[in-house]
Design a protein around this ligand. Sequence first.
Ligand code: FMN
Length: 193
Amino acid sequence: MTFLDLVKQRYSCRNYQPRAVEQEKLDYVMECVRLAPSAVNKQPWRFHIVRSEEDKAKLQQCYSHEWFQTAPMYIICSILHDEEWVRSDGKHHGDIDIAIAVEHLCLAATEQGLATCWGCNFDAVKCKELFDIADNEEPAVLIPIGYAADEPMEQREQSQTCLDSAESRQRSGGAQPKDKKRKRMEEICWNLD
Ligand SMILES: Cc1cc2nc3c(=O)[nH]c(=O)nc-3n(C[C@H](O)[C@H](O)[C@H](O)COP(=O)(O)O)c2cc1C
């Protein structure tokens, strides 16, 4: 698989099978996370693997969408603010670092046949409380991870040609259809010469 194939294959999955993620696959994914670059190599991050029924129920209180509960496990991705690099003008780099590591996670998972979805629209204050997370640590992203329960990509792509996203979502049981709606290259890539 080329890198472009992998990038095309990753999508935000919002419907998971109950099937557990194999430990070897999780180890592989986390090794790809561990090797992510960071500003001044500070690696200002921590990843909480959430697998027990008790912890899953706690995390589900922080992001109450129904689809989120279908995931067999989650990873809480945190920034360690006392470890992040701060540039001389005061700009903090933890957000950038965690984003790189999390996308390593999502792409590695995709390569392993797993599905993920970024989740930032959660109650981070509640998450800190429920998991007794220290002051210096900010839970920044929740990642559900597992095997997708929605239609295979090809079918989703075909149905996407004749359905708008709401209809398509309904048809695939709440899952986001595979639609890579993106800005055109001319809009994002400015040639300076
Ligand atoms: C920083 C960030 C935060 C996101 N937060 C959420 C979220 O809270 N809930 C959600 O369902 N999707 C979330 N997403 C997923 C985006 O909606 C999704 O990546 C985008 O619509 C493109 O779709 P695709 O990932 O299927 O290509 C987030 C993505 C990013 C990068």
